[in-house]
Write a protein that binds this ligand. Sequence first.
Ligand SMILES: Cc1cc2nc3c(=O)[nH]c(=O)nc-3n(C[C@H](O)[C@H](O)[C@H](O)COP(=O)(O)OP(=O)(O)OC[C@H]3O[C@@H](n4cnc5c(N)ncnc54)[C@H](O)[C@@H]3O)c2cc1C
Length: 307
Amino acid sequence: MTFEAISKNFFLYLSNNKMLDHLAKKWGPKFGADKIVGGVTFEQAVPLIEGLNRQGLQVTVDHLGEFVHSESEARKRCQECLGTIRTIYENGLGSELSLKLTSLGLDISEELVAENMQRIMEEAQKYNVVVTIDMEDSSRCGRTLEIYKRLKKDYPNLGTVIQSYLYRSDEDLDDLNEYDPYLRLVKGAYKESGKVAFIEKEKVDANLKHLIKKNLLNGHYTAIASHDDAIIDFTKKLTEEHGIGKEKFEFQMLYGMRNQTQLDLVKQGYTVRVYLPYGDDWYGYFMRRLAERPANIAFAIKGIFSK
Ligand SMILES: Cc1cc2nc3c(=O)[nH]c(=O)nc-3n(C[C@H](O)[C@H](O)[C@H](O)COP(=O)(O)OP(=O)(O)OC[C@H]3O[C@@H](n4cnc5c(N)ncnc54)[C@H](O)[C@@H]3O)c2cc1C
């Protein structure tokens, strides 16, 4: 096994550690996490969003939250989303909202998550805010897409995510075609087995290119969420060759990653959206970013020693 594979498995394993997650909530963003997380409260994130907007960047804001196991907690998360939607509107922020269905009760009951999502989408429609349902691990993919399809009929301002590492994604794209989906296409961030997902990076990359091409040629607005120059260059070339205008797609990157590339793309006339997470539940998110890229470990170690 390569160093990269070992470190990936290690950090993905740590990302599920509930005791460390619990401790991390007490500490607040540490070890460099504050460079990629926009604060603990949405109030702390607002000036960051305004700053990003001033630089020509759009935002999608995400209240970090996993491991939600009680109904009251899921309802609290729902309230947080409603408040965020209103604040985005009242402050005229160039921001969408991203959320995870597990934080709204997906693992508790179907009724609960449906009720919470319905309330969020009513508010989002009222205040004209776009909402994207993040995609979690493969065991939740089917249920997430079912909820997406049910809601998309009534709420056009709803998006979701397709992960190129999953074998099923090509079929999912076909299945979603009739819903005129707003899709964020990514490689995928969770630990998956070879039974459901491509393990080889080349196959994940090739499938992402395939999905980008298919979704754009199907005529759907597409968010290409990747820090990978090869994917960005592929998208630029593809859209030029097929005469697909810059208003038909956008690039998305995580807050704190490839800042100069984000600004360069804006200068070139592309829409760039920054995914800005906030909240005290920063631990799992931070561990997945460490798993993705060994270079982020150096960044985290620097964070430890600069505290
Ligand atoms: C906006 C956004 C939303 C996402 N939403 C989801 C989601 O809902 N569900 C999900 O499973 N995953 C999500 N992801 C994560 C995604 O699935 C990938 O795990 C993650 O983006 C890493 O893949 P990559 O394409 O960026 O590049 P990688 O395959 O990790 O890296 C490829 C190459 O890109 C370059 N690179 C990568 N990162 C950096 C960096 N920080 N600085 C400099 N160069 C870099 C390097 O050259 C690297 O070799 C999201 C990602 C983004 C950007």
